[in-house]
Design a protein. Structure first.
Lengths: 241, 258
């Protein structure tokens, strides 16, 4: 039998413990034998920072110590992407694998389909086979910087008008302590975590008071020094015919 | 038989037991107490738990009632800081694993056997099992073969396998070969699995994982003078099959020392 090296990994791997059919395979893959293999773990979901990747099918992550000098290698089955983790232990190699995956996922997620090169489109298709991307979009909140004014302070600060004109009622439980010190009409900037689909406010991470937008003497001087049409020279329309 | 570059990654010996009806209840306190005896040799611990959910039947438009969740201890393992040796315990099983490490390499069968038999004694004293139901020995190897013009002819290296006609099936991208056999003159079961792992991108090098497992169900005893030779026999059997699964060309890659 001739084994062909391919540039991109094949979609289907022969070894997928969940689909192994025979009783022997079943007793080995998922049975006591595999339970006691200390270099293998089954991954169904993982987090990198605040990103949670829910996998469509579990990954079997295997660590091979010392096959490449001093650091071992970690590979996963089923194999969707040509990523290999390196490290001295399973945990280190898994962190390396997951970090590379995270960078690739976030890079491609930030691109529109027409912005992707051909090989990137292929990788994104594989990622979609591996990760539940709609679930990721649905469950990963986004963080935005917003500027607004407190419009009601009493009995407790709970109403905001954002710079884009939208009004929002907030709960103090969603806000940082500094928010409670704001006065009515105070202008502030905030870093706000919102639900990815509905835009609902989940929490406000930081609130910083901003100076009010009042006209100053300097502003008045600039405004009054600006040229007006009264200073324009008188012309006859006929001159431009 | 000694190899200058052995492909072994991991080896373990498993014991599975039968217990009397009055055995202490399996769980965290019992497993912890067992591992406390070896705290110096195996200072780190991990546990594996099963979450069991109670699913309640509900009518349509009815709010779900409180659903119960139970957490059971599936297994516990203790290991050395360099993760070279592991001791694992589940409800009816005891396992000793040796893993190849940077500092020690693979410690070898004799050390693994000594450790397994010593921990078996400790298990018997602690849990008082009624009999040994099963003994299993497993080896995991990783064989690395450089590609020649993006291809590897497997029969140049392995005697295991099955040939698919390329003119009908096309080139093979991935494969898995698995056999279960009964070795001659024995009631044991030998299982072998060969499959290709992810390519090493720096080679490119083909990587082939082999799992060797021998399971014995009969002629088992707690007596060390019975079990020791039984383990020797299992090891010799696996070693013999391992050697015969390679062609001379592949065997030379392991740099055998005569």
């Amino acid at each position: 039998m001739l084994l062909q090296a391919v540039g991109t990994p094949a979609f289907i791997r022969p070894l997928d413990p969940l689909f192994a059919g025979s009783s022997n395979t079943a007793s080995w893959s998922g049975g006591p034998g595999d339970l006691f293999d200390v270099l293998r773990r089954v991954i169904t979901a993982f987090h990198i920072g605040r990103a949670k990747y829910q996998l469509r099918t579990p990954l079997l992550a295997t660590f091979y110590p010392r096959i490449d000098g001093e650091t071992g290698r970690l590979s996963v089955t089923p194999l969707w992407l040509s990523i290999i983790g390196s490290g001295g232990t399973w945990d280190e190699a898994w962190q390396h694998w997951a970090g590379q995956f995270h960078v690739l996922f976030q890079t491609l997620l930030a691109k529109r389909p027409w912005e992707m090169e051909t090989d990137e489109k292929g990788m994104w298709e594989r990622i979609e086979q591996l990760v539940d991307v709609p679930a990721y979009r649905r469950e990963t909140p986004y963080i935005v910087r917003q500027i607004g004014w407190l419009t009601r302070r009493r009995p407790i600060p709970d109403r905001i008008r954002w710079e884009d004109g939208r009004r929002e009622r907030v709960d103090l439980m969603q806000m940082p302590p500094e928010f409670a010190a704001l006065h009515e009409g105070d202008r502030f900037e905030a870093e706000v975590e919102r639900h990815a689909v509905t835009g609902r406010l989940i929490r406000t991470i930081v609130v910083r008071r901003l100076p009010p937008l009042r006209p100053t003497n300097a502003d008045e001087k600039v405004w009054s020094s600006a040229a007006t049409t009264t200073q324009a020279p008188a012309v006859e329309w006929d001159e431009f015919e | 038989m000694k190899l200058g570059k052995p492909p072994i990654i991991q080896a373990w010996i498993e014991f599975r037991f039968d217990h009397a009806t009055d055995r202490p209840e399996w769980g965290w306190p019992l497993a912890s107490a067992f591992f406390d005896q070896f705290q110096n040799d195996y200072p780190e611990r991990e546990v594996m738990v099963h979450h069991q959910f109670q699913i309640a039947k509900v009518e349509s438009k009815q709010k779900p009632r409180v659903v119960d969740e139970r957490v059971d201890l599936a297994g516990m393992r203790a290991f050395q800081a360099d993760r070279g040796r592991y001791l694992q315990l589940s409800q009816d099983s005891l396992v000793c694993n040796f893993v190849r490490t940077d500092a020690k390499g693979y410690e070898g069968f004799d050390a693994l056997k000594r450790e397994a038999l010593s921990k078996l004694r400790a298990y018997v004293n602690f849990f008082r099992p009624t009999r040994l139901l099963q003994l299993a020995m497993q080896y995991v190897d990783l064989v690395r073969i450089p590609f020649q013009q993006s291809r590897i002819e497997l029969k140049d290296y392995f005697t295991l396998g099955y040939d698919l006609p390329e003119e009908v099936f096309g080139p093979t991208l991935n494969f898995l070969v698995q056999y279960a056999t009964r070795p001659p003159g024995s009631r044991d079961i030998l299982e072998v699995r060969l499959w290709n792992e992810q390519l090493d991108p720096e080679g490119p090098t083909g990587q082939f994982r082999m799992d060797w497992r021998l399971v014995a169900f009969e002629e088992l005893s707690f007596a060390q003078d019975v079990l020791g030779p039984r383990l020797d026999q299992a090891h010799e059997r696996l070693l013999d099959c391992f050697k015969k699964s390679f062609t001379p060309q592949a065997w030379a890659m392991f740099e055998p020392v005569s």
